[in-house]
Ligand binder design. Structure first.
Ligand code: NIG
Ligand code: FE
Length: 416
């Protein structure tokens, strides 16, 4: 007998159980959600203790006051993992959004001191308490939409002291968040004014901040915007070298609008993930496949900015693991939550609904270095579980915007 304090039973259960232990999914497995009819999941003290179907439920004993729910007619699946967001900001960019829709170019707006710089100004002006309130609200909104692990980047401070301020606020938000928050130091997002003619000095100062970040356990990874006219591969090489040396993971905004060789570079650096990659070269795709590095597709930014979205088929046919993320940010992707990212991953990037679900769970967990801990309903993993108000999970991709997230459990506790 297994003792449980949470049992959900009678479900269409998507286990997403790893087929090849600890590796992100590629090939036919990239579309296999591990569906089980009349399935159950049982958890105790925040961890899954058993899953199965039918009569096997009889081997699960309920402890006193256990939560026991008959979820017949519903889908039960792992909580979503959102591996790329920029939640730490103040202000909105309505004007820029409108002007881009009438033809303004994203990188030209940035080069003229708007775009990311506009958010940096608004974020610097906000008080710590205001920023914390915004962060907590945004994390809460993500939870309502089924996210149980979320990556959040700094990146709207730019100057190292302001970045450190954001990371300290993120540590506070993480400490009382109902879900797991993976913090990333987005060290090189745009070049701040005091450094206009000295990118090398900027990278040096951004790199020097790593010591304090490691000291305070303020981030797990370092990120940079590697893009034409922003930072090139040579600019960021010392930053990423130092990050790795300090024991941090590295990840990149890679080849989003132009191929600048960032995907090849990400593979060479053994990055945790390469994100955006809408314009990755064939060589970049081969390099990511060889290194088994997940490509995190961010269809929201292609949708809102209006550039051709990343073609998932190019990556999948080369056996690059695919993950999906919201990229929530006030500039390129003001979209909320993973169900919309799933729907756009299908409609814009060419994923099947099941591939999109794999990309939003187990493969997204791998993109955050958590592929052995979350993203699948398997004994021993954290009990991060969703109940969908449907008997067919493909509805996530099909009924875009529908309120399908009925119940959310994080570490075995109901959080939405
Ligand atoms: O993921 N492209 C770089 N960074 C963000 C957008 C930041 C912004 O425009 O505020 C992205 O698209
Ligand atoms: Fe981003």
């Amino acid at each position: 007998m297994t003792a449980a304090d949470l049992v959900l039973h009678g479900a269409r259960l998507l286990t997403l159980a790893p087929l090849r232990e600890e590796r992100p999914r590629v090939g036919p497995a990239a579309g296999d959600v591990g569906a089980v009819m009349d399935g159950f999941v049982a958890a105790r003290d925040g961890a899954i203790v058993a899953t199965g179907h039918g009569a096997a439920l009889q081997t699960v004993e309920r402890v006193e006051d256990a939560v026991d729910v008959d979820v017949h007619g519903r889908v039960v699946m792992p909580g979503f993992v959102d591996p790329h967001t920029h939640l730490c900001y103040a202000g909105e960019r309505w004007e820029e959004f409108a002007s881009r829709r009438s033809g303004a170019d994203y990188l030209a707006v940035l080069a003229a001191g708007g775009g990311i710089h506009a958010t940096v100004r608004a974020t610097r002006e906000a008080t710590d308490e205001q920023l914390l309130t915004l962060l907590r609200r945004r994390i809460g909104d993500a939870v309502e939409l089924g996210t149980t692990t979320i990556e959040v980047k700094s990146g709207y401070g730019l100057e190292p002291d302001e970045e450190l301020r954001q990371l300290r606020l993120l540590a506070r938000a993480k400490a009382d968040a109902p879900i797991d928050v993976a913090v990333t130091y987005l060290a090189a997002h745009a070049l701040p004014a005091p450094y206009t003619d000295d990118r090398k000095r900027f990278i040096r100062d951004a790199t020097n901040a790593i010591a304090a970040i490691v000291d305070g356990s303020l981030a797990e990874a370092v990120d940079a915007f590697v893009e034409k006219g922003v930072f090139d591969v040579d600019d960021v090489r010392p930053l990423f070298g130092a990050a790795k040396k300090a024991g941090l993971a590295v990840t990149m905004h890679a080849d989003q609008l132009n191929d600048v060789g960032a995907s090849v570079f990400a593979a060479r650096m053994h990055a945790r993930s390469a994100d955006h990659v809408a314009n990755a070269s064939a060589e970049g795709i081969r390099a990511l496949a060889r290194a088994e590095i997940p490509a995190v597709l961010l269809p929201g930014s292609a949708f809102f900015v209006g550039y051709p979205p990343p073609d998932a088929r190019r990556f999948m046919s080369a056996r690059v693991p695919i993950a999906l993320a919201s990229d929530h940010n006030p500039g390129t992707s003001p979209l909320e939550g993973m169900p919309t990212a799933i729907a756009l991953g299908v409609t814009l990037c060419g994923l099947t609904p099941h591939e999109a679900i794999v990309a939003a769970t187990i493969n997204a967990a791998h993109a955050l270095g958590r592929g052995g801990r979350v993203g699948a309903l398997v004994a021993g993993r954290r009990a991060d579980i969703l109940v969908l108000d449907t008997d067919d999970e493909r509805e996530l991709a099909y009924r875009m915007g529908a309120p399908l997230i009925a119940e959310v459990y994080a570490s075995g506790r109901r959080v939405a």
